[in-house]
Design a protein around this ligand. Sequence first.
Ligand SMILES: Cc1cc2nc3c(=O)[nH]c(=O)nc-3n(C[C@H](O)[C@H](O)[C@H](O)COP(=O)(O)O)c2cc1C
Length: 315
Amino acid sequence: METDLLNLCVQLAPHHPKGLILSNPVMIAAGTLGYGIEYSEIADIQRLGAIVCKGTTLMPRKGNPQPRLVETPSGLLNSVGLENIGIEALIKDKAPVWATWQVPVIVNIAGETIDEYVTVASKLEGVPGISGIELNISCPNISSGGMEFGANPQLAAQITSSVKAITSLPVIVKLSPNVTDIKEVALAVEKAGADAISLINTVKGMAIDINKGKPCLGNITGGLSGPAVKPIALYMVYQAAKDVHIPVVGCGGIASATDALEFIMCGASAVQIGTANFTNPGISLTVLEGIKHFMEDKGIKNLTELIGIARSEPR
Ligand SMILES: Cc1cc2nc3c(=O)[nH]c(=O)nc-3n(C[C@H](O)[C@H](O)[C@H](O)COP(=O)(O)O)c2cc1C
């Protein structure tokens, strides 16, 4: 079968008037390749499904004290703390470059209050080069806002409906794994108008330097990502996809086409690749090629045929 005959398109916002169509399901996860601009110089990013940029707040943020990254077995602990250039600089310096790209760019936004999310989202209205918003209500590395919103279904719903009320862009809500029942939050944001959900953000964790007798991270705690979190992420995608009727984007430890296909078979319509970019900046394109080869080998023409097939119960 010719690769060109394969249909890998996914619609991430089927209930939204503009929609959010990706040419394939492979996305870059927020915070792992900045604004994608340096990355575009080393990889053919136009072939990807979408790029999600670094979490952006109203004002620029310096982030947390160093050290902010620690390697752990099969994982990475980070406590970057949403260092970013702020929404005005993003609109002025980054969006004009994105406007020349074919690959859709989704802006990951964060804040300490609901008003901050709303203000940041409203500033993106009508800005060329932006195809959607990802609401980061799941960052474990900031002292207020972030994960606090994602851990509480009522707050998660309130922030989703407040942003939906003022934006014409599709909104993906990014969920935290640091909750007792992911389904409850997924259902709450769906009811509040989310066009899609993405999960997972990092898993809260820490590491100790035994020679110093102190935590390794300047912020003491951080968020774990990479292969170590993949089984947790898969379980959460499985749980969340059970009840919602909006697309689910799977993320957490994806480093191969096999990993990506596991998420898709669990119910994800698309996948995001994060930590794996640090060891191999070309990994997302390799994953994309691997998915195509798998489909060719199995005689599958449409990616949609694979979504959720590993689920034992009907969706
Ligand atoms: C260094 C670093 C920075 C991150 N920054 C953000 C961010 O700004 N916004 C966000 O929603 N997620 C952020 N994340 C979380 C990732 O997007 C992703 O959800 C998580 O790392 C799990 O995927 P992975 O195992 O493929 O990295 C960050 C992760 C890392 C490792």
